[in-house]
Design a protein around this ligand. Structure first.
Ligand SMILES: NC(=O)c1ccc[n+]([C@@H]2O[C@H](COP(=O)([O-])OP(=O)(O)OC[C@H]3O[C@@H](n4cnc5c(N)ncnc54)[C@H](OP(=O)(O)O)[C@@H]3O)[C@@H](O)[C@H]2O)c1
Length: 281
């Protein structure tokens, strides 16, 4: 019987990971930030809903305190850290405060999870799966804060893995490509809202890029959260887990190209889907 903690459990990939784990009979700590979200899960005696705000150190500490109390000395076998936010916007036009919000939630949030996870998972082969993205390897226009936040998590994972060598725990990164969740469907409206707020001069400089981004994210593509959850479960269950799991053909392709090609070629590859040509009106 596995004890599993999942963050970002209210929606999307995290929610799917929770429901699949409950169906298997695991004991699951589903981490949400709003108490009302407890009603989103199947009724199950093995489910414990725990409140944490990833952007708040004290809140994460309180949440893990509650988990410890419930476990009462039993080990926590695994953590899947999904909670994150993504707000598209060009670097020049995005307020610093928005960068701070994304970095605090995604990167410092992952640091908060790492600090809580290491002492709880070590010594008994516990596993931490940090969900980053193909944008933890590559970098895409209008995703500056998100890419920076995910690249930093990748680095923190490498550092923590090297620091904890020999302590009998695993720190694993999952890098999905596009997944059909709210994170994807909210990109288009967010980009459109930015576009509408722009001054005419800004629209002249960035309008085409935003319109192309809007078009790109409005086309339904990507894998389901079920398929993504299955990829994450591989990281949890493989006897000899890899350090990184690239989930989805797009993630595998983009990460491979990014590793092999010089940056100037990657500029061209990334431009293919975005700003090579102006959109006709
Ligand atoms: N969807 C994709 O295309 C895609 C691709 C690659 C990687 N990923 C990564 O996969 C993970 C899950 O993404 P998703 O697509 O499932 O996203 P999602 O549907 O937008 O769900 C995000 C989850 O994170 C939670 N969250 C956000 N800020 C939080 C905070 N401060 N404290 C606690 N929880 C917070 C949200 O809670 P609320 O409901 O309270 O907002 C929600 O449950 C993320 O790390 C994302 O970067 C997603």
């Amino acid at each position: 019987m596995v004890t599993l903690l999942v963050t970002g459990a209210a929606r999307g990939i995290g929610h799917t990971v929770v429901e699949r784990a409950l169906a298997r009979g695991d004991t699951v700590f589903a981490v949400v930030r709003k108490a009302a979200d407890a009603s989103k899960f199947s009724q199950d005696k093995n489910l414990h809903v725990v409140l944490m705000d990833m952007a708040d150190t004290a809140s994460v500490a309180r949440g893990f305190g509650e988990v410890d109390r419930i476990l009462a000395g039993r080990p926590l076998n695994a953590i899947v850290h999904c909670a994150a936010i993504s707000i598209p916007g060009a670097i020049e036009l995005t307020p610093v405060e928005e960068f701070e919000q994304i970095i605090n939630t995604n990167t410092i949030g992952s640091l908060r999870i790492l600090k809580a996870a290491i002492p709880r998972l070590r010594g008994h082969g516990g596993r931490l799966v940090l969900v980053t993205s193909l944008w933890g390897q590559a970098s895409g226009a209008l995703l500056g804060a998100y890419c920076a936040s995910k690249h930093a998590i990748e680095s923190l994972a490498d550092v923590a893995r090297r620091e904890t060598k020999g302590m009998n725990l695993r720190i694993i990164v999952a890098e999905p490509g596009v997944v059909q969740t709210d994170m994807l469907t909210t990109q288009g409206p967010a980009a459109q809202a930015h576009l509408e707020r722009m001054q005419p001069a800004q629209r002249g400089l960035y309008g085409n890029l935003y319109q192309r981004y809007f078009k790109l994210v409005s086309n339904p593509s990507g894998i389901t959260s079920e398929a993504c959850a299955k990829g994450i479960e591989q990281a949890l269950n493989d006897r000899r887990p890899a350090l990184r799991y690239r989930i989805g053909a797009d993630s595998k392709a983009v990460c491979m190209l990014n590793a092999l090609l010089p940056s100037s070629w990657m500029d061209w590859v990334m431009g293919l889907s975005l700003n090579h040509k102006p959109l006709s009106k």
